[in-house]
Design a protein. Structure first.
Length: 156
């Protein structure tokens, strides 16, 4: 039997990342992500649902989240679901599901208002994999004719 725990999300940060170092020296960053879903109800009216999700990243990816991500930034997150359980001060048991990020990329389509060294829109944070399109683009040899696309060609 095959089991899988993989999550892909695109949304906007609801807060600046909270970055801290553990006693082991490992860095962890946590932030909220708002993911919107737009649809038409049975009466044809446009509706929107917003889901708020907690995301955590570790080590080098966490450091770059702290350096480059800010509230409102649109990102693509690839990761897995994780259950956190704890006992509250009143003795009740609590739990929540959050996403542990394996890869985070910019998802903004507009040029970045960046400081030097920030990845281009759609680019991966250092420590994560290159997006597939970037791998294909870098594998092209000069002189080969490939169809090109621009932001104007994107359907969203």
């Amino acid at each position: 039997m095959l089991e899988m725990n993989k999550v892909f999300l695109i949304g906007n940060l609801t807060q600046d990342p909270d970055v801290r170092s553990l006693s082991s020296g490992t860095t962890v960053a946590e932030f909220g992500l708002a993911v919107n879903r737009r649809y038409k109800d049975k009466n044809g009216e446009l509706r929107e649902d917003v889901l708020f999700i907690q995301v955590e990243s570790w080590a080098r990816l966490a450091e770059f989240c702290g350096d480059y991500l800010k509230k409102g930034k649109r990102v693509f997150v690839e990761g897995r679901l994780k259950m956190d359980s704890w006992e509250a001060k009143d003795g009740t048991k609590r739990s929540r599901i959050k996403v542990r990020a394996d890869r985070i990329q910019f998802a903004d389509l507009r040029p970045a208002e960046t400081s030097a060294g920030e990845p281009e829109p759609g680019g991966a944070y250092p420590g994560s994999q290159k997006p597939q399109a970037a791998q294909q683009k870098s594998a092209r040899t000069p002189g080969t004719e490939q169809p090109s696309s621009t932001e104007d060609d994107l359907p969203f």
